[in-house]
Design a protein around this ligand. Structure first.
Ligand SMILES: [Zn+2]
Length: 411
């Protein structure tokens, strides 16, 4: 075990680096049919009010590609640290769409996969920063969103549905909403997706903010251009109505959203529970991470795809369907003089291929001083279903006069 203390080693729980889709004009490509289920409305409605009309248009998008920053790690590390005390809460009673696949044993699942791989549905493997995606579902086209790069818009069914339902709901409740820019989810088979650390297992997505006037790509949110009404509605919907692990939003944007929410009479206790800028909750779901001033990052939980992925993981690895880097956690290692991939693989009990896969390396060259992600295999854990965080349904705002709800937009 002492080998773990060589070099600069720390556990990392990544967020995402910013991804600015250059232009969000969707390309046409083959896509799987998507079932968009009706929205599950657990959040009481706020009275709709007209979207603010902003005037200023920034000269250009000031956000270039952000480097992967340590802030993401801090956000995630903080989350991880709080895990132990936060978990004792009872498991959520929220009804889940049952999947008959969950009744299958590991053996049955394997047999089924062998006879028809697609029949086991999407599988989310490993951690979001050391994962893979099997039978992923591509984000469908819609007039309500613009997928920047369809080849990097693959997720679990649960992720794709959650994104679609959330945007549909905003569009229904705030008619006239412009299409929302959708950045990366995962690549078709998951795994490393530049420039992110996460986005590997079909559960992460980058979403633009709503702007006025509308934008087709990621643009830094300012008082002048942020469509507060719709952006707040989007965040509220994601937090209230979906299985969400975390939402990364720049502090400055959080402040604007919270100020807007307070003006609207949204429940303060709920805002305290949800937004980090309120400073009231040890583990708020909406947290700051660098690079999220022009888009928000959502990490969903996919109870079915994660559980099936967990059960199928062993045979998928054995059959080499799952790439070698798939692991439950990742250790960061800063390369020192004399380090080679072979040495690191031996030291951490993994393989050269796994380290290459986790870092998108095409060769065995590594650079001194650069930090590499090392997927760390864990001993087989006792069976455990993925923890689904309790949904944080928002109570109704104080002022609810005139609230009317249109029917959910069907597909
Ligand atoms: Zn992201």
């Amino acid at each position: 075990m002492q080998r773990w203390f060589f070099g600069l080693v720390f556990l990392v729980f990544p967020g995402c680096a910013a991804t600015a889709p250059a232009e969000a004009g969707p390309k046409t490509s083959g896509r799987a049919p998507i079932l968009v289920q009706p929205v599950q409305a657990t959040a009481p409605k706020a009275a709709p009010s007209p979207a603010p009309v902003a005037t200023n248009e920034p000269a250009a998008d000031p956000d270039a590609e952000d480097e992967e920053g340590p802030d993401d790690d801090e956000a995630e590390a903080a989350e991880e640290g709080a895990e132990a005390e936060a978990t004792p809460a009872a498991p959520p009673p929220a009804p889940k769409p049952p999947s008959p696949l969950l009744a299958l044993s590991v053996t049955q699942l394997e047999a089924r996969y062998r006879s028809d791989p697609a029949s086991v549905g999407p599988l989310s493997l490993g951690a979001t920063n050391a994962g893979a995606l099997v039978n992923g579902v591509q984000m469908p086209k819609s007039e309500k969103w613009l997928v920047a790069d369809p080849s990097c818009a693959w997720g679990t069914q649960e992720t794709v549905d959650a994104i679609a339902r959330s945007i549909e709901k905003v569009a229904t409740e705030h008619p006239g909403a412009p299409p929302l820019a959708i950045g990366h989810i995962s690549s078709k088979k998951g795994g490393h997706l530049s420039p992110h650390r996460s986005h590997q297992s079909g559960r992460d997505v980058d979403l633009g903010y709503y702007h006025s006037p509308p934008k087709t790509h990621f643009v830094r949110a300012t008082e002048a251009n942020l469509d507060l009404e719709r952006t707040f509605a989007l965040v509220k919907t994601i937090v209230s109505d979906t299985d969400v692990e975390l939402v990364l939003i720049d502090t400055a944007v959080q402040r604007m959203l919270v100020a807007h929410a307070l003006r609207k009479g949204e429940d303060e206790a709920w805002l305290d529970q949800v937004f980090q800028v309120r400073g009231k909750h040890p583990r708020p779901v909406v947290r700051h991470a660098r690079g999220h001033g022009n888009h928000l990052h959502v990490r969903f939980v996919s109870p079915v795809a994660q559980e099936l992925g967990r059960r199928a993981g062993a045979f998928l690895r054995r059959e080499k369907v799952a790439p070698p880097h798939v692991a439950d956690s990742v250790v960061m290692h800063k390369a020192r003089s004399g380090d080679t991939l072979q040495i690191l693989a031996r030291r951490y009990g993994t393989t050269v291929e796994a380290i290459q896969g986790a870092n998108g390396l095409k060769t065995i060259d590594i650079k001194m001083g650069r930090t590499y992600r090392i997927p760390v295999p864990k001993p087989p854990a006792p069976p455990k279903a993925p923890a689904v965080p309790k949904r944080r349904a928002a109570p109704p705002p104080r002022t609810t006069a005139g609230a009317t709800r249109g029917p959910m937009h069907g597909r």
